[in-house]
Design a binder for this molecule. Structure first.
Ligand SMILES: Nc1ncnc2c1ncn2[C@@H]1O[C@H](COP(=O)(O)OP(=O)(O)OP(=O)(O)O)[C@@H](O)[C@H]1O
Ligand SMILES: [Mg+2]
Length: 354
């Protein structure tokens, strides 16, 4: 791989000796080159041409399937938006894109994303799930599948089909234990590729599992993905709520409607003594929803079954259909689809995992 990196830099040098100096970061992974170039904000047109030229030239390198060049400007981290997003072709037939986010890590975004995606599918809609967490992709583990995506005749990446959902995650493209040491622009470029170079096809919904945090990467991503709305996940704990508030602010900044807040890990019923405990506090997210004047979409208890099903790659909504948690996810899916103006379709898919 490092040879390809050297070869790519040599090629850039041949094209124009000034090009190598523009390189901010270059990563070669799974037959793909991700390159970020320092850009002069005032010369967007010129740099867009350079980007297209480099993408074309480097794609000709033996053993390389595709090249993704992102342009960055340090004076303005949100500059990415100013660069024409050569139409999000991969998602042009997707009716609604919904992101699942929170400022804080580990509060249950990925768990919510997969179960919500399947729940929306159970309402009769066609659904995809995009894992935008490039540093810590969780979706392959949550669906118990690491098969490599295939390519379509047109050369696009075909999403993995599992549990009747179309899935894409960087985790399907790189080995599980290889660390993602990417800088911000590279992350955006990877997400762009999962939006544009994946043949999502016709979908009613694309659920986006967002990475934790509300930094420039998340903000740029929120701008890049043409979203219909965001679902915020939080535990009732003050610490998580502070970050959830930041998440809400971030989406407001880029004019993405907040569809509501889900309180995860809200209560715990001891399987032995049946006593209820509020490990992370009580109704904090519900109160926050009220304060922020956004809808409260529901609460999901802290549940051993949920964690176990997730770890086994068999989402609870399919493997324990009668559980309280599954019913709650289904109710949340109904609220979410209703909020974006969709009524349930009558054709229910029928998948059950044993
Ligand atoms: N309601 C719940 N009951 C029990 N375990 C849960 C619940 N929600 C999430 N978990 C567990 O908590 C851990 C973190 O969940 P998850 O990965 O969904 O969080 P995340 O917000 O996506 O994290 P990250 O910020 O790292 O992407 C996982 O092990 C998951 O199985
Ligand atoms: Mg996650």
């Amino acid at each position: 791989m490092s040879d390809i990196k050297t070869l790519a830099i040599e090629k850039l040098n041949e094209l124009n000796p000034e090009y190598p100096e523009l390189i901010e970061d270059i990563v070669v992974a799974n037959k793909k080159i991700y390159l970020s170039l320092k850009t002069d904000k005032a010369k967007v047109d010129k740099f867009t041409k350079i980007k297209l030229q480099i993408e074309k030239e480097l794609a000709a390198i033996d053993g390389i399937d595709s090249v993704s060049v992102s342009l960055t400007s340090h004076s303005d981290a949100i500059q990415a938006k100013a660069i024409p997003q050569e139409n999000a072709s991969g998602v042009s037939e997707v009716r609604n894109i919904i992101s699942v986010a929170s400022g804080k890590g580990g509060v249950g975004k990925s768990t919510t994303s997969i179960n919500l995606a399947i729940a929306i599918n159970q309402l009769g809609f066609s659904v995809g799930l995009l894992d935008a967490d490039v540093y810590g992709p969780s979706i392959p583990k949550l669906v118990g599948d690491r098969q490599k995506p295939k390519k379509s005749k047109a050369g696009k990446i075909l999403p993995i089909k599992k549990y009747n959902i179309s899935l894409m995650s960087i985790g399907f493209l790189v080995p599980e234990d290889s660390p993602m040491i990417w800088r911000g622009p590279m992350v955006i470029s990877a997400v762009n590729q999962m939006l544009n170079d994946v043949e999502w096809g016709k979908l009613d919904y694309l659920v986006v599992d967002m990475p934790p945090g509300t930094g420039d990467v998340q903000l740029t991503m929120a701008q890049r993905v043409p979203m219909s709305g965001a679902v915020i996940v939080s535990t009732p704990q003050d610490l998580a709520l502070i970050d959830a508030r930041k998440g809400i602010e971030m989406f407001k900044k880029v004019n993405i409607p907040i569809l509501g807040i889900i309180e995860n890990m809200s209560t715990f019923i001891c399987p032995n003594c049946k006593n209820e405990s509020h490990i992370f506090g009580f109704e904090g997210a519900k109160l926050e929803a009220n304060n922020q004047k956004v809808d409260f979409l529901g609460d999901i208890p802290l549940e051993i079954d949920l964690r176990e099903c997730s770890d086994n790659g068999k989402p609870i909504i399919l493997s324990k259909t009668d559980s309280v948690v599954s019913k709650k996810f289904l109710e949340i899916a109904k609220s979410v689809t209703k909020k974006v103006g969709d009524e349930s379709s009558s054709s229910k898919p029928n998948i059950i995992i044993n």
